[in-house]
Design a protein around this ligand. Structure first.
Ligand SMILES: [Fe+2]
Ligand SMILES: [Fe+2]
Length: 477
């Protein structure tokens, strides 16, 4: 019947949506609510069209197409990576059994929770970045912002599809709630702390896409291992898109550091603020902030919930199949970061041995930390190449933590334990102060002219999809 083809056109997908009319109608009735949310909470800067990538397929020979699109007409679709018919559970007590095409009753509540928490982060970042368009340093950057925004919108679709398709009425209600909670809202905030912070300027945006989207990469990496096959396939495809978000963050910070280093070398001064750029100490403070709030996203150092998720096969480890162990971990132990009791009755920052299953959050956080070191090394190479002795660094794991073992103490970026009083006095040396934020914000004047760029950031090495930097990436309204 031709009508079913028309229906499925409304929501591009590779899940044969037209074969399940109930599901199709449910998603079609969620669609206008999504569009309402996009109009009120999505990008505020009016545009005619934007040069965007749209997911059209999941195949190896190209999965996306590029073209100028009016943003409200973007084709948010549902795409799952191809099914591997022989796939088996890779870890936990169901290891070796065929993966699940349906949600097992005993894991329904846990899977629902995992999907809702992941789903909640996707629209949150769009909300956080809503006003950034007004101060974009170039059309290239503006386009990248919008690309990240529409894809986070698609990631919301990805999670809402799972909720609608596998969790019945409860899933549909949760899908509505994903649009009702809002970043920073007093009544109905987003679930995780970092997603209620504001992203008021472009340095924050680049740090967010480097550090916080990277947390997303690791969370998706664990869900990609899930025995619940539709979740696994969804996350596998989301990871493809996520790579671009991190590229935006990595090269964004590269370009800020590059510009700062260039001015420092040229003028033989560390005081580049007067030259219209962002000083290295301020870059370091932004890094400290975004890194530490992103570490919190991995949860407590130890967690019995996560141990249960692993044993049940719901959520694996990063690169599960490359781990050289039994993938069940019932007899293993590991060292986790912890506060340990000292002889004097006080507590100090140290390590504690725990069952490996309970320490899985720490395992994932360490994978992430190693990855973050790559960024810092890159940025330090830019400084070294400019002939400068200064270096950036990741703060200590106990620095500025609000979640987990170190939530109750204060520590310097070097990991020295501080009294509350010393922390109050000195935190402005390590975290952005109002003065720092005001200065950074004062630099955020829009450059919406083709081929031009703001003075506080270097131009990118490459454009998008082979286009030059001075391409007309965005047509403003
Ligand atoms: Fe995402
Ligand atoms: Fe992302």
């Amino acid at each position: 019947m031709t009508t079913s083809a028309d229906y499925s056109e409304k929501i591009p997908n590779n899940v044969s949506l037209h074969e399940d009319r109930r599901l199709q109608r449910a998603l079609e009735s969620w669609q206008p609510n999504f569009l309402d949310w996009w109009q009120t909470m999505g990008p505020a800067l009016p545009t005619q069209d934007v040069y965007l990538r749209t997911a059209v397929n999941v195949g190896r020979e190209g999965w996306a197409q590029f073209g100028h699109v009016a943003m409200p007409e973007y084709r948010w679709g549902i795409f799952l990576a191809e099914r591997d018919p022989g796939r088996r559970v890779g870890f936990g007590e169901h290891k070796g059994e065929p993966v699940w095409d349906k949600v097992p009753g005993e894991y329904r509540a846990d899977l629902l929770r995992l999907i809702v928490v992941q789903g909640d982060t996707e629209p949150a970042s769009v909300e956080q970045q809503r006003n950034l368009g007004a101060t974009a340093p170039s059309l290239y950057d503006l386009r990248n912002l919008f690309q990240v925004n529409v894809e986070e919108g698609r990631h919301l679709w990805a999670m809402v599809y799972l909720l609608h398709a596998y969790f019945g009425r409860e899933g549909r209600e949760e899908a509505e709630e994903l649009l009702h909670r809002n970043s920073g809202s007093a009544d109905a905030p987003r679930i995780l702390g970092a997603f209620n912070e504001e992203t008021p300027d472009w340095l924050s945006f680049f740090m967010f896409t480097y550090f916080t989207d990277r947390d997303g990469k690791y969370q998706l990496g664990t869900l990609k291992e899930s025995a619940f096959d539709p979740l696994s396939r969804t996350c596998e495809f989301m990871l493809k898109e996520e790579a671009h978000h991190m590229m935006v963050g990595t090269t964004g910070v590269d370009r800020v550091v590059e510009r700062t280093a260039q001015l420092m070398a040229e003028h033989e001064t560390d005081e580049v603020a007067a030259l219209g750029a962002i000083s290295l100490p301020v870059i370091q403070k932004y890094l400290n902030f975004h890194y530490s709030v992103s570490l919190d996203l991995f949860g407590g150092e130890t967690s019995t919930n996560v141990a249960n998720y692993y044993t049940a096969g719901l959520k694996g480890r990063w690169s599960e199949d490359r781990r050289q162990d039994d993938h069940q971990l019932t007899d293993d132990s590991m060292m986790v970061d912890a506060l340990v009791d000292g002889a004097d009755g006080g507590q100090s920052i140290g390590e504690l041995e725990v069952p490996a299953l309970t320490g899985l959050n720490t395992d994932l956080r360490r994978q992430y930390i190693n990855d973050c070191r790559g960024g810092v090394n890159r940025w330090n190479k830019i400084l070294a190449d400019a002939g400068l002795p200064q270096r950036l660094s990741l703060p200590h794991i106990a620095f500025n933590r609000k979640v987990g073992a170190f939530a109750g103490i204060e520590a310097s970026p070097e990991g020295e334990q501080l009294t509350a009083e010393a922390w109050r006095r000195r935190q402005g040396e390590w975290l952005p102060t109002d003065v720092d934020k005001t200065h950074v914000r004062s630099l955020m004047r829009p450059v919406h002219e083709r081929g031009k760029i703001a003075a506080w950031i270097a131009p990118p090495r490459n454009g998008i999809n082979g286009r030059p930097f001075d391409y007309d990436y965005v047509h403003l309204a």
